[in-house]
Ligand binder design. Structure first.
Ligand SMILES: *Cc1c(COP(=O)(O)O)cnc(C)c1O
Length: 397
């Protein structure tokens, strides 16, 4: 934006303009700088840049690139953080944020209900390097209070858990972490940048898998770490740039264009998700229906206070178990069977046999991943068409 700093702008304006860097040609749409390297005018200029590069001076695309920088500045403006670092995937962001700030002997407290790969980092990777990890029931504030110690370095959670859609009390958990000086890191995928109030509620570092709603059309992997300049540039960046987690300029361009339409898309998707959830309440084939803003969700009040809408995902639990769930999946005509979320296309996932397959049965049960559970990520199709597709498939199940 020409007047980037003159007035506060609303998120929809920032999502279209923030971070834009124009070349000498004055292009309207953001340029895709598909270059690994950058030419220095003189040997002295190369020396100076390696000594101390500004944010507008680039060395190598693993360190930074103008298209990637545009995406980083735009998402930081949208999230309300000082800075951001874009990564090759959501998992590169989660791993980078954690590993860059932890050392042997450190203690981490995390919610147990996590995306499978996040759980792998916390349960398998970090302990191998001497980091102690305590997992708690994220919905139980007493459990957080008991687990967080004077020497806890990091508090980690997904603001809304996958796939059972448990809601974390962001302000309360952040306050418990800050009381001992811990850094509070939130994987905020299900909240989306549009509905996120994570920073305002006290989170220090917000992470997105941009593979989900930010791309929004299922094309590219990406991730981003949003935080203070100090955290992003002094803690995360040195680790990320030397270990090769960089987002490609092409993917950054896709994500930039995705941010322009993010607000419109996720509002439409969230509206349809809530309509479908309300239509399915009390359906005879369902043992449970989970959506953060349904009156029947045990944390509906908390979810409403933290998020303007309930998100784009709901979960249904078929009373007939796995057989009924599979009959339902195979009868869907519009909704595709896959495992992404936040896509323009509606997607149905059976977590017990796919994304969470490797978990032992007792852990699945503890996380609410029953044989009949199906996660529905709602896309941009017509709401009435989607509702009919789901109802028809339920009739067959
Ligand atoms: C998808 C997802 C990730 C991982 O992102 P990738 O881009 O697939 O690496 C991490 N956390 C949550 C909550 C996710 O939904």
């Amino acid at each position: 934006m020409k007047d980037n700093t003159s007035k506060p702008r609303s998120p929809r304006t920032l999502a279209v303009h923030a971070g834009t860097r124009r070349s000498q040609y004055g292009e309207v749409s953001e340029a895709m700088f598909l270059t690994q390297g950058f030419v220095y005018e003189t040997a002295e200029a190369a020396e100076a840049r390696f000594l101390d590069a500004t944010r507008e001076e680039f060395i190598y695309a693993r360190y930074g690139n103008p298209t990637v920088a545009m995406f980083e500045d735009r998402i930081a403006a949208l999230e309300g953080t000082e800075d951001a670092f874009a990564t090759a995937s959501g998992m590169a962001a989660v791993n980078g944020a954690l590993v860059s700030m932890l050392a042997a002997g450190d203690h981490v407290v995390a919610a147990r209900a996590l995306f499978g790969s996040c759980l792998y980092i916390l349960e398998e990777v970090l302990p191998r390097y001497g980091v102690e990890v305590t997992l708690v029931d994220g919905t139980d504030l007493e459990a957080w209070r008991e687990a967080i110690r004077a020497d806890t370095k990091v508090v980690f959670f997904e603001s809304i858990s996958n796939p059972a859609l448990e809601v974390i009390d962001i302000a309360a958990v952040s306050a418990l972490g800050h009381a001992v000086g811990a850094t509070v890191i939130c994987d905020n995928v299900f909240a989306t940048p549009t509905f996120s109030r994570a920073v305002e509620l006290g989170v220090d570092v917000v992470i997105y898998s941009t593979t989900k709603h930010i791309d929004g059309q299922g094309r590219c992997l990406g991730g981003v770490i949003c935080g203070t300049q100090e955290f992003v540039r002094k803690t995360a960046e040195p680790y990320l740039k030397h270990t090769g987690a960089a987002m490609s300029p092409f993917n950054a361009w896709i994500m930039l264009k995705g941010l322009e339409t993010l607000d419109l898309r996720v509002r439409a998707q969230a509206d349809t998700a809530l309509r479908l959830a309300q239509r399915l309440e009390g359906h005879g084939k369902l043992a449970r229906i989970l959506h953060p803003h349904l009156d029947t969700h045990p944390q509906a009040a908390l979810a409403r206070s933290q998020m303007e809408r309930g998100g784009t995902v709901l979960a249904i639990d078929l009373a007939g178990g796995k057989d009924a769930a599979f009959r339902f999946l195979n009868a869907l005509e519009i909704v595709v069977i896959s495992n992404n979320l936040g896509d323009a296309k509606s997607i149905a996932t059976h977590p017990a046999t796919t994304t969470h397959q490797r978990l032992p049965d007792d852990q699945k049960a503890a996380l609410g991943i029953t044989p009949g559970l199906i996660r529905l990520s709602i896309g941009l199709e017509d709401a009435d068409d989607l509702i009919a597709d789901v109802l028809d498939a339920l009739a067959v199940a």
